[in-house]
Unconditional design. Structure first.
Length: 162
């Protein structure tokens, strides 16, 4: 059940990230069109693109942890026995999970500290720029726990795009 939840969460994050990328492209096109055709650049387009870049990046990073798309140390693990490799992979996922927990904690602190300020061109709280760090941190913790459980059970985590 935990794996199904994580797979659905990762797939949802990928859909949100791809949608966010498409919206970023539209924002940039609107900026170019406004600047060179209308001679009047929409002020909200750049600010929205910057906010979306943070969300897309953080969601992509979290999915990368689940789908093992992040840079790893697998090249060093080929030199050790299968059993030692399993324990080292657990250590790597434990450290990734701890990093995710720190992201979640510090991202929350940072988002709360600036939530009272507004992004002038969008009218939304400045904390929306830092909230994706906290959300991605929680997902990295969940996905790291899933990998550790899979290693204990000697199973593989199936990537979310399958």
């Amino acid at each position: 059940m935990f794996t199904r939840f994580n797979a659905a969460l990762a797939k949802f994050c990928m859909v949100v990230a791809v949608t966010g990328l498409l919206v970023i492209v539209v924002c940039v096109l609107m900026q170019v069109f406004g600047r060179y055709v209308l001679n009047d650049t929409p002020t909200w387009a750049e600010a929205l693109a910057l906010v979306l870049v943070l969300w897309v990046t953080m969601f992509g990073a979290a999915v990368g942890v689940r789908d093992a798309g992040h840079i790893g140390m697998e090249s060093l693990l080929v030199w050790v026995s299968e059993e030692k490799r399993r324990y080292l992979e657990m250590l790597i996922h434990l450290l990734s999970g701890l990093f995710g927990a720190m992201m979640a904690w510090q991202g929350t602190v940072l988002a709360e500290s600036v939530m009272g300020y507004k992004i002038p061109t969008l009218g939304i709280p400045e904390g929306f720029n830092h909230l994706p760090v906290a959300v991605a941190g929680v997902m990295i913790v969940l996905f790291s726990i899933e990998h550790i459980i899979a290693l204990i059970r000697r199973e593989d985590v199936v990537p979310s795009w399958y």
